[in-house]
Write a protein that binds this ligand. Structure first.
Ligand code: PLP
Length: 381
């Protein structure tokens, strides 16, 4: 029998990072010591108090289904956290999801249909493109690589890319893969365009808690944005909880009603005891500060080490990634770097920006030093 697959899935390519991780696995099986700078997750364990809260919740019997949108205590705690950031949302304007990825998927499915135009700021996290394509949308991409990945100097390019036909704009600050944090002036520029063209904007704030000396503004706090912004966040990065799968989105009630249908008919709810652990996470401060401090020290270390080899990078102000300028054929560069130097990175073309490789500095200082040294020794810097 030959199965027939939908256009929806056929339109989407497997992740470009797969070739790199396949190579890494192959080399590791042959005994190679790979310095893995390709991972998108903190290298710290989930803080103990959060793990304990998850276990306690299981012991207390929180193992059944919950309300589809998530337990009320967690939605109220999220509403309080958002209020601290200046975003006003009632608990019924929030849906708790298994990861921010599911939140984004549901929002895109609820807003984008065949032929709708969606604007991305490149380089952009890999899954936005796939999600939009699966929903049938068409992508318009604005390249930020000429402006050190900053949005403010590229507002004219953004203005040229959006029109009354645009359905959705996705903004991710701090950004994966660049670590850029957009200035208030940049966000105000986004607001002006969104109001002028009546756009909905997704503000993916999953790295908001991981910044170095800057306070990112939440887009939804700007005048005129409350009823057109969907704020997405999650627990994976700030609390090192990637495998727990917990995230959320907050937005206007009519979006919550529509996306809520998708949510209840697909995942039902996020995992019950994980939601209870999430409540504890929102109370956790010291462990988060410790992780952010470590990331900042590693960022400085990598920037300094690269400078010693005359490599200039746009210094990230958030998240734990930076874009390394490499050969034009970045896929070949990344494959070579892993084969020759045994250092794994992700090609910039996976994010829509060839000529770069994304380095994740969610690795120990010793491994980061080792990785940079090997890249230099093998002639990759
Ligand atoms: C920009 C961005 N958004 C969303 C996600 C999804 O995170 P999760 O589904 O683990 O909450 C990620 C994960 O890498 C990300 O980098």
């Amino acid at each position: 029998m030959t199965m027939e697959f939908t256009d929806r899935v056929s339109r989407v390519e497997p992740s470009a990072t797969l070739a790199i991780s396949a190579l890494a696995t192959e080399l590791e099986a042959e005994g190679a010591d790979i310095v893995d700078l390709s991972v998108g997750e903190p290298d710290f364990p989930t803080p103990e108090n959060i793990v304990a809260a998850g276990k306690d919740a299981m012991d207390a019997g929180h193992t059944g289904y919950t309300t589809s949108a998530g337990i009320l205590e967690l939605r109220e705690a999220i509403a309080d956290k958002l209020a601290d950031d200046g975003l006003e949302h009632d608990s019924d304007e929030i849906i708790v999801t298994p990861g921010a990825k599911q939140a984004l998927y549901e929002v895109v499915q609820a807003l984008v249909e065949d032929g709708d135009e969606v604007v991305l700021l490149d380089p952009a996290w890999v899954s936005y493109e796939a999600m939009v394509k699966m929903a049938g949308g068409d992508l318009t991409r604005v390249d930020l690589s000429e402006t050190d990945f900053q949005l403010e100097p590229a507002l004219d390019e953004l203005a040229a890319a959006v029109s009354d036909e645009t359905e959705l704009l996705v903004v991710n600050s701090p950004s994966n893969p660049t670590g850029a944090v957009y200035s208030d002036a940049a966000l105000e520029g986004v607001r002006d365009l969104a109001v002028e063209h009546d756009l909905t904007v997704i503000s993916d704030e999953i790295y908001k808690e991981i910044t170095y000396g800057v306070e990112p503004t939440s887009l939804g706090t700007l005048e005129g944005m409350a009823d057109r912004t969907v704020t997405v966040n999650g627990f994976s990065k700030a609390y090192s909880m990637t495998g727990w799968r917990l995230g959320y989105f907050a937005g206007p009630e009519e979006l919550i009603d529509q996306a809520g249908k998708l949510h209840s008919h697909s995942v039902s709810s996020a995992v019950n005891f994980v939601q209870h652990a999430g409540l504890e996470a929102l109370e956790t401060e010291a462990a988060v500060t410790e992780m952010v401090t470590a990331f900042e020290e590693r960022r400085d270390l990598v920037v300094d080490l690269l400078a010693e080899h005359d490599v200039d990078v746009a210094v990230p102000e958030g998240a734990f990634y930076m874009m390394l300028p490499v050969a034009e054929d970045d896929q070949a560069w990344c494959e070579g770097a892993i084969e020759d130097a045994h250092v794994a990175t992700v090609p910039g073309s996976a994010f829509g920006t060839p000529g770069y490789a994304r380095i994740s500095y969610a690795a120990s200082e010793a491994r980061l030093e080792e990785g940079i040294e090997r890249l230099a020794e093998e002639g990759y810097l």
